[in-house]
Design a protein around this ligand. Structure first.
Ligand SMILES: [Zn+2]
Length: 375
């Protein structure tokens, strides 16, 4: 501002002296390989900025050794950005922006009752109310928080961090096999390089009853959109429980072939109808195998197109999924237990922009959005 400019007590050169000491002091806490300096527009005009740049540039090159240690200015994605916001009472006012770190990996969930992300009670916004039994949240633990409690301190971050999953499983469903791809964004990291293999081993040892990790690698800010932008097939193990009587043995025998390459019409399940558009989606069951026949039901291995509602495939959801296993067997059934056994995508493919292609069965792009918006 012009008023501030005329009352500026120090010359730019004197300000720079103060800035450099302050920046070096702040920078001590961080591991970084690139940085950028900026000047706040409201405080400095273009002439000032030019003078700042010249003065700072000379000083930094000559005496501070930042550049000598191989730290390049990275204009597009610097690790740190120091914004010079003026000198107040002899003290440098510096705003510091710290680039997030993005870690890709896959998680397995070994215990039921853990939600994927922190699920704050919407009625009280976390304060605690009757609906959430004064907890402020719907589930005590989440995959997000368990991963955060390991990853964030390892990178010197005290924040929760953002979790981006490739879809999600229900709270009562286990995530097994090679796990579900995710990207975790670590906010304001002080450390940028850790031994991810050693981290994984230690994390898995401490969390083996609940959540374990594999395939961790550093990635970038584009990764969350990539991971959310693909819809691979999934394999499940489901226990189809008879509610009433057992079906005829002939029907059981015919079940696998009846549900191989079988396209379903799935109307939005009643249990999620409040938060999702009421649509009929076409989803394909690729294959169905009976792993075990028990007196009270069937243990099934099912591979299906992404977005298939497996619980409703079994129960029919009062006719909203057609055809259904209950309908085919001719007896009422429910999905009493469900585990995700595999998500059929490689790590490299999870981080690669998919080629646009016409989907033969899916109704399209709406598939990935709602999952991420749920909680
Ligand atoms: Zn509440």
């Amino acid at each position: 501002m012009s008023e501030e400019k005329t009352t500026r007590k120090l010359s730019i050169e004197e300000e720079v002296e103060i800035y450099i000491d302050a920046i070096l002091e702040r920078a001590k806490d961080f591991e970084f390989s690139s940085f950028l300096l900026g000047a706040k527009k409201e405080v400095y005009d273009e002439d000032d900025a030019g003078l700042l740049k010249r003065t700072l540039g000379v000083r930094l090159c000559l005496c501070d050794g930042w550049l000598d240690r191989g730290r390049d200015v990275d204009w597009r994605h610097p690790d740190l950005v120091f914004i010079l916001c003026g000198i107040k009472d002899g003290e440098a006012q510096i705003a510091l922006k710290i680039r997030s770190i993005y870690v890709y990996g896959r998680y397995r969930k070994h215990e039921r009752g853990i939600s994927q992300t922190r699920w704050v009670c919407q009625k009280c916004n976390g304060k605690g109310c009757k609906k959430c039994q004064k907890q402020g949240r719907h589930y005590e633990e989440s995959v997000q928080e368990i991963i955060s409690a390991g990853l964030c301190p390892a990178f010197g971050s005290g924040n929760l961090g953002f979790f981006h999953g490739m879809g999600r499983e229900d709270v009562d469903v286990l995530m097994l096999g090679h796990g579900r791809p995710f990207v975790f964004e670590i906010l304001k990291p002080k450390v940028r390089s850790i031994d991810l293999e050693a981290f994984t081993a230690k994390f898995n040892e401490g969390n083996k009853e609940k959540v374990t990790l594999e395939s961790l690698r550093l990635t970038n800010f584009r990764a969350p959109a990539l991971v959310k932008g693909v819809s691979p097939d999934k394999s499940y193990r489901a226990f189809c429980k008879y509610l009433d009587t057992a079906p005829s043995p002939e029907k059981v025998k015919e079940l696998p072939s009846a549900f191989s390459a079988q396209v379903l019409d799935q109307r939005t399940p009643q249990r999620v109808a409040r938060r999702r558009a009421d649509l009929i989606r076409k989803r394909e069951v690729r294959s169905l195998v009976i792993e075990e026949e028990r007196e009270d039901g069937l243990l099934l291995a099912i591979r299906s197109q992404s977005g298939t509602y497996i619980k409703e495939l079994i129960s029919s959801d009062e006719g909203r999924t057609e055809p259904s296993i209950a309908g085919f067997l001719g007896v009422p059934c429910v999905c009493a237990e469900l585990d995700v056994l595999d998500i059929h995508i490689s790590d490299d493919d999870a981080l690669t922009k998919p080629e646009p292609e016409a989907e033969s069965v899916s109704s399209g792009a709406e598939e990935n959005g709602p999952d991420s918006a749920l909680q």
